[in-house]
Design a protein around this ligand. Sequence first.
Ligand code: NAI
Length: 330
Amino acid sequence: MIKIAFFETKEYDKKLFDEYNKKYGYEITYLESRLNAETAPLARGFDVVCIFVNDMVDEKTIKILKECGVKLIALRCAGFNNVDIKHMDKDIKVVRVPAYSPYAVAEHATALLLDLDRKIYKAYQRTKKYNFTLNGLLGFDIHGKTVGVVGTGKIGKCFIDIMKGFGTEIIAYDIYENEQLAKEKGFKYVSLDELYEKSDIISLHCPLTEDNMKMINKNSIEKMKKGVVIINTSRGKLIDTEDLIVELEKGKIGGLGLDVYEDEEEFFLNDMSNSYIRDKDLSTLLSMPNVVITSHQAFFTKEALNKIASDTCENIKDIFEKGECVNEVK
Ligand code: NAI
């Protein structure tokens, strides 16, 4: 029987995987710990480690997993920037779930944008207290604005469709331009600089790589329009948080919607409300009036969770039965 060490388990993971596993019969051990070099010895005797966005598989972790006899790392997410693929051992395979619901993430990016624009987060607090005034809630029409989309893959495409419905002009940047897609959807590829200069709203939908680490920094923000709204549902390290805070304090950025944060690992997905551990930059961002932060929840819809569970189970089956899988990361 295939033995799986399931790291960073949440109640909803267990419920769904137990349901889907009825068809597969894997022996799953649910662990609350995150996988990293310290916790990797827990994987001894398991064939598979099943991990999520903030588990950290660096070179040292890979060595320990190899010693423990692990043959497969099954990511139950799309991004794999937390796995050091360059140093992966030849005896360990890596699979992921590349597309569980691009709609979930694109819709969440839109929710952040609308929340920021129409100040729903402020209005909610007010009306709860029976305060029905409108001062400070002034928004803007999204219709007619220029939206810059970085990354026109599965999620970027959905986001473009949604933004088209608002009557916006879309410009996009991608390292691989898909001219047919641009024609079909009615948007234009531009350079990153042009995107920064022309966009009223910028939404990030590209993976985190060595090349685009901290791409949103002092220099890029300087090129942007005053009052620009930045939305990041991709990966926190695409943004230099210190530079971002300086620009927010200067009033350059009109709104910031984050579902991911540069140093989210210790905080996101955990209840830290009773802890004294704080992150200075995160606290600064949370204290700002034009910043809305969610805790890596863009993927979190019923449809996406079901697809994650079914595809992860199927990925594991493919690797152990056929020795290969379409969702393998090489
Ligand atoms: P995808 O692989 O379908 O599309 C990514 C696109 O980005 C591709 O067109 C690619 O050519 C482009 N790209 C790659 N490097 C780039 C760069 N340096 N600059 C501009 N474009 C670049 O991926 P998908 O499914 O659209 O996901 C995008 C990202 O969204 C994931 O990598 C992940 O980081 C993030 N994500 C976040 C979730 C959340 O819950 N917040 C959930 C799922 C994904």
